[in-house]
Design a protein around this ligand. Structure first.
Ligand code: NAD
Length: 260
């Protein structure tokens, strides 16, 4: 379905970003990976799906590096048709103890990076399909783009911000073939959440499994983690012809978290 398209997924060396990159590659899209840590493993997994893959190591807290990454993607594959703004970090502390530099880093990586990548991707998307436009921008928000939780001030602020950015991006392109939507997962058992499980297990002197059940029990009625594969399938749906008029939604996949 996406053969000939190029998808750039930020923060795709791990977790949800990698899951979404693989789902888009399974549909035939060429992939630009980004993120830190092991690159060879994710590259090999995508290549095995029979598409082309490139990698750029831009630090998403740095607008200049984001510009380089967008130029690199255009040079490698012609243009970016699908942009998934996924890179994100977390820090957990009460506001009075929240390090100011962590606030700045979370706003830069979880929110401002999406603005920069979006503003740089839009002109080519708007010009595609003989000027009618074709593009898909998918922002990884969170249930924390819809509701708050204690000790996550920067994350909740950034995720509410990205839901707002999603709506404005969708509205400014509403008469074209460029759509923008947000995905709002509940708990997904990636390295980002495993750190919170580990902290809870250590603080409570409980097992890892008990900490996971506690985490789910507080917020997620399904008592199940959402998987990167499920989120990948939702991203594919947004990219499908059926997704052409879905504009500016914040679509939760959260086991009932925000239904309460
Ligand atoms: P993860 O830690 O597994 O992956 C994060 C990715 O971002 C990695 O590839 C990492 O290298 C990359 N990254 C981090 N800082 C970066 C930077 N400065 N520049 C470039 N890349 C950087 O996390 P995840 O759980 O897969 O999270 C992905 C997204 O999903 C985040 O935006 C997160 O807020 C969101 N999310 C996660 C959950 C969850 O439960 N895991 C729930 C809701 C939303």
């Amino acid at each position: 379905m996406l053969k000939g398209k190029t998808a750039l997924v930020t923060g795709s060396t791990s977790g949800i970003g990698l899951g979404i990159a693989k789902a888009l590659a399974e549909q035939g899209a060429n992939i630009v990976l980004n993120g830190f840590g092991d690159v060879d493993g994710p590259k090999a997994e995508i290549t095995a799906l029979g598409v082309k893959v490139a990698y750029h190591g831009a630090d998403m807290s740095k607008p200049g590096e984001i510009e380089e990454m967008m130029r690199f993607a255009a040079a490698e594959f012609g243009q970016v048709d699908i942009l998934v703004n996924n890179a994100g970090i977390q820090h957990v502390a009460r506001i009075e103890n929240f390090p100011a530099e962590k606030w700045d880093a979370i706003i830069a990586i979880n929110l401002s990076s999406a603005f920069h990548a979006t503003r740089l991707a839009l002109p080519a998307m708007q010009a595609a399909d003989n000027g009618k436009g074709w593009g898909r921008i998918i922002n990884l928000a969170s249930v924390h783009g819809l509701v708050g939780s204690a000790e996550k001030s920067a994350y909740v602020a950034a995720k509410h911000g990205i839901v707002g950015l999603t709506k404005v991006t969708a509205l400014e392109n509403a008469t074209s073939g460029v759509t923008c939507n947000a995905i709002c997962p509940g708990w997904v058992l990636t390295p980002l959440v495993q750190k919170q499980v580990d902290a809870r297990a250590a603080e409570g002197g409980i097992s890892n499994e008990a900490a996971k059940q506690q985490l789910l029990g507080e917020k997620e009625p399904s008592m199940q983690f959402t998987t990167p594969e499920e989120l990948g399938a939702l991203a594919v749906f947004f990219c499908s012809p059926a997704g052409a008029n879905i504009r500016g939604v914040a679509w939760n996949m959260d086991g009932g978290w925000t239904a309460q």
